[in-house]
Ligand binder design. Structure first.
Ligand SMILES: Cc1cc2nc3c(=O)[nH]c(=O)nc-3n(C[C@H](O)[C@H](O)[C@H](O)COP(=O)(O)OP(=O)(O)OC[C@H]3O[C@@H](n4cnc5c(N)ncnc54)[C@H](O)[C@@H]3O)c2cc1C
Length: 152
């Protein structure tokens, strides 16, 4: 079970990479607009700024979890779970935001955005769903002993 803590942090790292790719997709859209400044459209500058903040927060959390001392030399289980939740949900939000910035073109299967959204969603399911990981976090807040398995 302890090795799952490292797996959680590893999954969070990949999710963070997907979130960063979403930001790159926003930049690509800017370039593809040929003269129209999408960053000047009402609302979009704040969305883009929020994207950069969310990536920084997730990155700091991944670094912290990766260095956290847990059982058997693996990361701390609660921190690892919180990190995977944060990074996965950040990737889901940011890929959806990036798709939105691409408009209908982002929704097309031929556009890499379609794949990015699906890849991001995987991390809220595989390796412990967001609910199961939240159960672990809630038990910790309430001072309960950690469950012996992910399903309690
Ligand atoms: C892309 C992808 C890759 C995967 N790769 C692997 C892999 O390599 N190896 C592997 O073993 N598995 C893998 N999985 C399976 C993954 O681990 C499971 O899908 C996941 O654990 C959820 O199990 P389930 O699909 O049976 O859903 P269920 O357990 O049926 O859950 C359904 C819903 O109920 C919620 N839920 C269930 N129990 C509770 C609870 N106690 N409290 C609150 N909510 C709850 C879940 O969060 C979920 O939203 C992969 C899944 C995906 C999508």
């Amino acid at each position: 079970m302890d090795a799952y803590n490292a797996q959680c942090v590893g999954a969070a790292t990949v999710a963070l990479g997907i979130a960063r790719a979403a930001l790159a997709c926003c930049r690509l859209r800017q370039a593809a607009q040929a003269g129209r400044q999408i960053a000047k459209f009402q609302g979009l500058p704040w969305l883009l700024a929020g994207t950069a903040v969310a990536i920084e927060v997730a990155r700091l959390m991944v670094w912290r979890a990766a260095r956290s001392p847990g059982p058997a030399g693996f990361p701390d289980p609660v921190l690892a779970a919180r990190t995977k939740i944060l990074a996965a949900e950040t990737a889901v939000k940011l890929t959806n935001d990036a798709l939105h910035i691409w408009g209908a073109a982002g929704y097309a299967r031929a556009n890499p955005m379609e794949r990015q959204v699906r890849d991001a969603r995987k991390f809220t399911l595989a390796g412990g769903t967001a609910q199961i990981l939240r159960n672990l976090g809630a038990g910790h807040v309430l001072g309960m002993r950690p469950p012996r398995t992910r399903n309690g």
